[in-house]
Design a protein around this ligand. Structure first.
Ligand code: HPA
Length: 246
């Protein structure tokens, strides 16, 4: 069992400070999660870690079994999930290497299984999703990030695209007009599924690059990797300090 779970995204394949007790592949009615869940302790807190893209980083964003991942984490007792996700920066302050804590979502994905409330329902069910992230979990993360002088953006709408390709410059211009501050490929349906199962969910986004058309030239994987490394180090610092107090 675990009190709190971390979903690690691109560039974040393990939780450095976790004192690992065991690993377990948890089966769910929706199939298998992306990887075995890694269980351990951090300062006496029971923490679980799940690699969103699989142990070998082989599952692309549109192929992630989001239902199995969230169901598995709920089934091991996690009441809170912190999702780490690489994103591209759209808004002017979203420069590569920073952490961002989105407070809103716009969903541009298509044909992903996006709900648990589909079959065998006793009645049609709708969730409130006005504020898609847990306000208390977000505030705790922001407080700890500021206490540790991490360079962060405290808000912004996370536009989730289908991927796996990056966007065109025109798509980013449209997303900017829509109000998106950052763009990534895994924000949805992950957040909505967590809400459906009544798990507190917040996202720590790591800005990997300027989104398409927001810098000169094209986006290279080398640049993304470089920025992600620095950003992920910050995410580790954040979690190291946040997990004991959340
Ligand atoms: N677009 C979508 N997803 C991403 C990006 C991006 O520019 N960077 C990292 N994940």
């Amino acid at each position: 069992m675990a009190d709190i779970a971390i979903i690690g995204g691109t560039g974040f394949s393990s939780l450095k400070m976790l004192e690992i007790t065991h690993r377990e592949m948890v089966s769910t009615p929706y199939g298998l999660p992306s990887a075995p869940i890694v269980f351990g302790d951090i300062c006496g807190k029971k923490v679980a870690f799940l690699a969103r893209h699989g142990g070998g980083h082989t599952i692309p964003p549109h192929k992630v079994n989001y239902c199995a991942n969230i169901w598995a984490l709920k089934s091991i007792g996690a009441e809170k999930i912190i999702a780490i996700a690489a994103v591209g920066g759209i808004r002017g302050d979203m420069s590569p290497g920073k952490l961002a804590f989105p407070d809103q979502i716009i969903d541009y994905t298509s044909s992903r299984v996006a709900t648990f409330f589909e079959d065998k329902l006793s009645q049609v069910t709708h969730i409130d999703f006005t504020y898609p992230y847990s306000r208390s979990l977000r505030s705790s993360l922001i407080k700890v990030a500021n206490e540790n002088n991490l360079d962060i953006c405290e808000d912004g709408a996370y536009g989730t695209t289908q991927g796996p390709r990056l966007e065109t410059a025109a798509e980013i211009t449209r997303m900017e007009r829509d109000g998106c501050a950052m763009v990534g490929m895994t924000g949805m349906p992950e957040a909505a599924l967590a809400r459906e199962l009544e798990v507190d969910y917040a996202c720590c986004a790591v800005i990997a690059n300027w989104a398409a058309g927001k810098s000169k030239g094209v986006i290279t994987m080398d640049d993304i990797e470089l920025n992600l490394k620095g950003g992920m180090d910050k995410a580790h610092t954040l979690l190291e300090n946040a997990l004991p107090v959340i």
